[in-house]
Design a protein. Structure first.
Length: 370
């Protein structure tokens, strides 16, 4: 039956694809270079003195870029300030909170994966709920009339470009098939990097939720690579490439749906993985290099400046005094303020007052992330 974008795509083909894309020579060549680039990310992660702390900084950038794909934007200043607070206490604007929720969802999915050892339906729903900050919503109901339309800034604004499958039972069946394809390596012995490319299209085509599918799907990409041992931590800065080539992203998605053109989609995603791995490596290298320089500089000028303090200083671009006060078990506000004044005087940090709150900015880290 011919595809009609105005009707629910209830006959979305099950996986695996009929196209033997995993045997294509051009795809296999790109797979080799993408896999090598990804392997170097793992090597660099092992160089980090505290991987989770610095990965958290990179995850913040991934969150910002991923939400930008959905036309949700925030400034670095707003984001970094809010990131130094808890999501419950922040007074950030709605867009900034959306970005922070993406990062919370990423870590929630990562924790689920560590506990269960695999991505399952519950993990997908938990990630989606964290993205949307709603603990009760789930897969679209039978009553949902969800359609994908062109944005108001686009030519032919409001035109339907895709109508995803409709009906809870159909969506449940497609999700079960997707997970079987991802997890059953005996039945489907395909390189996991190619599986990620195929699975990402399938998840976006299923569009199981009313909203937040793109962000949920991009988190699943990282978690799947971790599950399959291709990535040690959720540190791949993948969304920046997609933002830069957003039109190509949607064009190739549509080409699979309309014409079954898998090859160009898989090549696009493999290229995104390779370039993102290179960018992530550059970020990690620059952060480590600056950390080492700042540690040597700080120890010469501040007697209490240690490797552990230096790691905290590089844990995020904007630092609240309480972060270091808790680590040093300092309860006196006067004492911790004096400590920060020393770091400001040494030009390790700079001071910024926002209302009654004082933040301390690591401009070297801000510049690297920019």
């Amino acid at each position: 039956m011919a595809y009609d974008r105005n009707k629910p795509y209830n006959n979305l083909p099950l996986l695996p694809t009929k196209d033997p894309i995993h045997q294509d020579i051009e795809v296999l060549n790109k797979l080799v270079s993408a896999s090598r680039a990804l392997a170097t990310v793992n090597i660099n992660i092992m160089r980090l003195p505290n991987p989770l702390m610095l990965v958290n900084t990179i995850a913040l950038q991934e969150a910002k870029e991923s939400t930008a794909i959905e036309n949700i934007f925030t400034t670095d200043d707003e984001l970094y300030k809010a990131a130094s607070e808890t999501i419950q206490e922040t007074k950030a604007n709605t867009s900034t909170k959306e970005v922070l929720r993406y990062r919370e969802a990423l870590w929630a999915g990562y924790a689920h994966l560590k506990e269960k050892g695999r991505i399952d339906k519950d993990a997908i729903i938990d990630i989606f709920r964290a993205v949307k900050d709603n603990t009760t919503i789930g897969i679209r109901s039978d009553a949902s009339q969800t359609v994908i339309k062109r944005g108001q800034s686009e030519f032919r604004a409001g035109e339907v470009v895709y109508t995803p499958p409709r009906g809870t039972a159909i969506i449940e069946k497609l999700i079960a098939n997707l997970l079987e394809y991802m997890q059953n390596d005996e039945e489907y012995p395909i390189d996991p990097l190619i599986k990620m490319c195929v699975a990402h299209y399938q998840f976006e085509a299923i569009h199981p939720f009313h909203d937040g599918n793109g962000r949920t799907g991009r988190i699943l990409n990282l978690l799947f690579l971790i599950e399959k041992g291709l990535l040690l931590q959720p540190a791949l800065y993948l969304s920046k490439y997609i933002v830069a080539y957003k039109d190509d992203y949607y064009f190739h998605l549509g080409a699979v749906t309309q014409r079954g053109q898998w090859k160009n989609w898989v090549l696009y995603m493999l290229e995104a993985t390779e370039k993102s791995a290179q960018l992530t490596n550059e970020l990690i290298n620059n952060i480590i290099k600056q950390m080492e320089a700042t540690l040597a500089y700080g120890k010469e000028r501040i007697k209490w400046y240690t490797k552990e303090i230096n790691e905290l200083v590089f844990s995020q671009p904007y630092i609240r005094p309480s972060l270091i006060a808790d680590f040093l078990q300092i309860k006196s506000r006067t004492t911790i303020t004096a400590y920060f004044k020393e770091m400001v005087a040494a030009q390790i940090l700079s001071e910024k007052k926002v209302g009654r709150e004082v933040f301390y900015i690591n401009h070297e880290l801000v510049d690297i992330l920019a």
